[in-house]
Ligand binder design. Structure first.
Ligand code: MN
Length: 228
């Protein structure tokens, strides 16, 4: 093999190693934001992102780690915890939920987002809601009408059907405390801390701008994983 080919091969494996290492997020480490603080401008401003990630999300993460330290829950994944959420203290529900929900929220947004879903997810949206527009209307309504703080979700029920819901505080559809359980694949944070600096009381404008930054590739990936 020529030296150049050997070098290329070596570079390829080294790259693969770095990628797989960086993907292995340890449960006790605060996960990185997948883009810069200003990446979602003008729809979500830099200062909101800094405060939201560095202070709000980090506080949920730290308080969640504190709450599980040295307890039986330490060995459970968040998904395992949520299945039996009603058995555990509310601090765990608020902070475990707060951590999980924000990780999902950062992942389903991207500066290259927007547009419409494709493939299996697009078909499922059509068969579950009639059309993409019908889905958007339902999701926006769920987000707009959530009284106080909470989230709007698109989730997968048993089988491959989708539904829209909203939950209070830091609850999510994986928890056994919500009206309708499922696997969330898209979530929108409608706490005032998520939009107030830029939008003040105009939650509706924040919600309609969300569509410009939805990372449909990531949502599709989560959908296909959920129906396996
Ligand atoms: Mn938040």
């Amino acid at each position: 093999m020529k030296t150049i080919s050997k070098l290329l091969l070596l570079a390829f494996f080294a790259y693969g190693f770095v990628i797989s290492e960086s993907n292995a997020q340890k449960a006790d480490e605060f996960p990185p934001l997948p883009y810069s603080f200003n990446a979602l401008e003008p729809y979500i401003d830099q200062m909101t992102m800094e405060i939201h990630y560095e202070r709000h999300h980090k506080a949920y993460f730290n308080n969640y780690r504190k709450a599980i330290e040295g307890t039986e829950v330490e060995k459970l994944s968040l998904e395992q915890l949520f299945v039996s959420m009603s058995k555990y203290p509310v601090a765990l529900r608020n902070n475990g939920g707060g951590h999980y929900n924000h990780v999902l929220f950062w992942a389903v947004m991207s500066p290259y987002g927007g547009g419409e879903p494709k493939g299996k997810l697009a078909e499922a949206i059509k068969s579950s809601f009639g059309s993409f527009q019908e889905f958007k209307n339902l999701f926006e309504e769920a987000a707009r009408t959530r009284f106080g703080s909470g989230w709007a979700w698109l989730s997968v029920e048993k089988g491959d059907k989708l539904f829209v819901s909203s939950t209070a505080n830091q609850d999510n559809p994986l928890m056994d405390v919500v009206d309708k359980q499922g696997v969330p694949i898209l979530g929108l944070d409608v706490w005032e801390h998520a939009y107030y600096l830029k939008y003040q009381n105009l939650r509706g404008d924040y919600i309609s701008n969300f569509w410009n930054i939805v990372n449909w590739d990531e949502v599709s990936h989560r959908y296909e994983k959920a129906i396996k």
